[in-house]
Design a binder for this molecule. Sequence first.
Ligand code: ADP
Length: 566
Amino acid sequence: AGGADHPDVTDGIHLVVDALKLNGVETIYGVVGIPITDLARVAQGAGIRYIGFRHESNAGHAAAAAGFLTKKPGICLTVSAPGFLNGLVGLANATTNCFPMVQISGSSERHLVDLQRGDYEEMDQLAAAKHFAKAAYRVHRAEDIGRGLARAIRTAVSGRPGGVYLDIPAAVLGEVMDAEKGAASLWPVVDPAPSQLPDREAVDRAIGLLANAKRPLVVLGKGAAYAQADEQIREFIETTGIPYLPMSMAKGLLPDDHAASAATARSLALRKADVVMLVGARLNWLLGHGEAPQWNPEAKFIQVDIAASEMDSNQPIAAPLVGDVGSVMEALTERNKAGAITVPAEWREELDARAKQNVEKMAGRLEAAASAHPMKFLGALQAVRDVLQEHPQAYVVNEGANALDLARNTIGMQAPRRRLDSGTWGVMGIGMGYAIAAAVETGAPIVAIEGDSAFGFSGMEVETICRYKLPIVTVVLNNSGVYRGNEASPSSDPAPTALTANHDVMIKAFGGKGYQATTPDEVATHLREALASGTSALIDCVIDPSDGTESGNISHLNPKGITIKQ
Ligand code: ADP
């Protein structure tokens, strides 16, 4: 507290920093300005790493990704009103994805804001945040800072994780108080996310269903990845032999080439499975809400989730297993010791036969793309895949429409939590924020595979990447447009979907290494070089503007009406 000149007193800013340190916070992602600039300075001086962004939504996304990777809330720091609102995008996205984070925002004077007298950056931020966060709190007195942070941290990580907003008005940050009293007002949160054990009856109910299944299936979601229960999941899958499908961010929880993976027979697995166990995966739009014809209308569902209210949100859940993934999977393995669960050989064989067919079909497409000129998405992605196989510990960040769909299917993951993508919202703009957090939190090399449109939402953070010298290689799959780059315009302006950029030139302005690639060989050579050197780099991959599907795999979500698309 206090500092050398005033050993007996402290203030709100120092108390925030002391409370963060006491709770093990190592990094803050933010954008400085009134009234939080000194907070960032004091934090940095106290040994907390401060990563300064160019736009708050990217800082928010970084904090969210840090939460997913570490199981501790990522911290985002924003200024009042507009900065707060920008950061709120990250907070809302974190909440939607069940990632723990805390957005701490400075705010303007309450006595002016609440009478709407027109203050600098006036806004009732607490009221706004409530709609988009798991919870929102405001601190009114410096002596409540420790309490406020404790509440924010525990709320963010316990139960279903999510984003928590903590509002600290400028006056509270500047409030001076006795140093000893201040120190006594802070505490570290004990066991912020306690394990939650399932009921024994509930476990046996699930085992009963699986034991009688002819075509059982496990679906692993990003909640399973988040839970860091890799061993318990592997043991259950391997002792029972139940085929599993990984959702995109659960890829690598078991290596993608695992014998029990049904990923290459996905449609068949969903259509035919008669008992499905969801593990940290919601039956939302990403799984077609569990509806026929995508799913077997007779399927019975088992759901492993920490949030009891998730059960029955889309389909009747015959066997709810409320608890944390680690505890539930361990209990399942334990109660199945006698080997009640067996997988009929015909089911495995049916899946394997379909997988073989699908892989052969895909091989033809991949081969054609490898030699196509101009380069296709799949040509560039095969090169990225080959180089990533040499770096199994690298993290992959992925967003875009076609860039997301095609990379997800082309690039296998070998290790858990190495893939971060658009997630539950299918949002664009998470790219550079997620990549920065992955680099900062893990020290590992990062490859961000970006559609050219998706990249634009956070592209200015390339400067942040270069400023902190982060080992991030951004691979922009540049087909000169949103979805495609060859749409004719009915006016003298470019078409609504058109884009133009040489992104490799952009990173050079910030001191990074820029490459352009027009063939898969060039993609591989540049990526190999960039990863070996550990520099901040960007490879602009020139993709055939006619390659790309409107909205990728989800074009059915576009309204039909009478609009005629190009
Ligand atoms: P995906 O998009 O990969 O299918 P979702 O985000 O839909 O995954 O689902 C994640 C689910 O995991 C959420 O319903 C969340 O409540 C749950 N969850 C998060 N952490 C845990 C945990 N530690 N134990 C059990 N369930 C968890």
